[in-house]
Write a protein that binds this ligand. Structure first.
Ligand SMILES: [Fe+2]
Length: 482
């Protein structure tokens, strides 16, 4: 392996930092690396796999003002580039306006999500909440030849060269109130579907970005009040927005306190709009909260929508919990208990049918992207390490026969969301590979794993030049034509 450090920002975190989400598997990375000819420590890099695996992470360089939440950290992209049976690695901070301002100030300027906006040092900011730093740390997709990072609380869309990770500024079409994470790329058309949400009526918007990167449709999606949607879904002709009964407590919002509360007596609502439409048809389902959807498709007069319904969207404080532990139960998959659920939305009658497809607690599902918006058979899901926002294994779920195959990464080893990368020339839906980065807290290292999508068998284990922090979403972008 040939590796060199190419950057290192000003950082003010204490050397003996023991914050649970800035240590262990969440220990942030400061150095930016370029590494080539990575060592393959097990197996062989397949020649029928060429492209870029990207993972966005929350990677703080300063403690936030007040209480720190893992989703406050500055965005950092980790990239694995596979070509000709060789692998290279890069990582770069997402150079957001907030990151650059805090570099200049050599310290934090904004509070994180657990603290009051009024305690921020800067009067301005971003996000649905307002006066927050847009860390662009949540999601990443490749669209129109650019790697686009986004933030769960809404913000700018930061553009990067997917090969060099060079910063290319922000997408000019994003409105001042920002865009949410989970921009959706329809591989069949090249369009990208987007939404945002906020505290001002109509509280949500939906839009379509052309294959050339221009906003070509933008419409209001009126909601009863401020809501906290996180993801959306699409079919060939429709987009599906959501209004779940978990949102900032309205009485506390008047005091500038942003405390999510679950209202189990309210329904879950799905808003269906045709891709370039303005009329939203709403459907009501059982109360729950779904952080992510795996896919959706049309079947007769129904829209079939698959996502993870949480059994326990609002975990109670448990005996012995300190304040932090109590809060972190809200990001612990074992506590939230998300299960894969199928909602059937009848466009003619307005009726909804719903059923759980699996008893397994899992989330962060991926599919073969060519099947986005289309009937599909397989999802690849992550399982959660109890008590933490960490992925300890993967589950392949066969929607047709209901079977599952599960692997675990091993004690003290955590993976990243594992996108499916179709093999060059493949035709079968699961003919390809899964990619994941591991954070090995036992051996203090990180690997990139290539697994078969068919059986989750290890194909190659590639050593990275540094142990990387855990984080959130990932994306696979092939560099060859299918
Ligand atoms: Fe997400």
């Amino acid at each position: 392996m040939k590796a060199r450090e190419v950057g290192r920002p000003v950082a003010t975190l204490p050397a003996d930092d023991d914050h649970p989400y800035r240590s262990g598997a969440w220990q942030p990375n400061l150095a930016e690396w370029d590494a080539h000819d990575l060592d393959v420590v097990e197996g062989t890099i397949p020649l029928d796999l060429e492209g870029i695996y990207l993972r966005n992470t929350e990677n703080p360089v300063h403690p936030s003002i007040g209480m720190y939440h893992p989703f406050d950290g500055d965005g950092m992209l980790h990239q694995l580039h596979l070509a000709d049976g060789k692998a290279s690695y890069r990582n770069r901070f997402v150079r957001t306006a907030g990151f650059l301002a805090e570099q200049e100030a050599a310290g934090p300027l904004w509070t994180g999500m657990l603290d009051m906006p009024a305690n921020s040092l800067r009067p301005d900011g971003w996000g649905a909440r307002g006066r927050m730093k847009d860390a662009s740390s949540t999601d990443v997709v490749v669209h129109n030849g650019e790697a686009l990072t986004s933030f769960w609380m809404c913000g700018d869309l930061y553009r990067h060269d997917p090969l060099t990770l060079e910063s290319k500024g922000t997408a000019s079409w994003v409105p001042p109130e920002g865009i949410s994470a989970h921009t959706k790329v329809d591989e069949r058309t090249g369009e990208m579907l987007v939404f945002n949400y906020g505290k001002q009526a109509p509280y949500m918007h939906y839009g379509v970005v052309s294959p050339a990167g221009e906003l070509v449709h933008w419409t209001s999606v009126p909601l009863p009040g401020p809501r906290l949607p996180h993801d959306m879904a699409f079919t060939e002709h429709f987009s599906i927005l959501n209004d779940f009964p978990l949102f900032w407590s309205p009485d506390l919002l008047t005091q500038d306190i942003h405390l999510p509360r679950y209202f189990p007596d309210l329904p879950s609502r799905f808003g269906v709009v045709s891709r370039y439409g303005t009329e939203v048809q709403w459907f009501e389902a059982e109360a729950t909260y779904a952080l992510h959807f795996t896919n959706a498709f049309e079947q007769g007069e129904e829209i079939v929508l698959d996502g993870y319904a949480q059994e326990n969207p609002s975990p109670r404080k448990q005996e012995g919990d300190d304040w932090y532990r109590s809060f972190y139960r809200h990001i612990d998959l074992q506590t939230l208990k998300p299960r894969l659920r199928r909602w059937r939305l009848n466009l003619t009658t307005g009726a909804v049918k719903e059923e759980d497809l699996s008893d397994t607690l899992m989330e962060f599902g991926t599919i073969n992207g060519r099947y986005g918006g289309q009937p599909y058979r397989y999802t690849y899901n992550a399982t959660g390490h109890p008590g933490w926002f960490l992925f300890d294994g993967l589950v392949k779920h066969d929607l047709q026969v209901g079977t599952e195959k599960r692997i675990t990464f091993g004690e003290g080893v955590y993976g990243s969301e594992a996108p499916m990368a179709p093999r060059i020339g493949s035709t079968a839906e699961d003919d390809g590979y899964l990619l994941t980065f591991t954070t090995d807290t036992v051996n203090d290292c990180s690997d990139a794993l290539i697994l078969t999508a068919q059986d989750l068998d290890l194909v190659a284990r590639i050593r990275l030049p540094q142990r990387i922090s855990s984080g959130t979403h990932s994306f696979w972008a092939p560099t060859t034509s299918p």
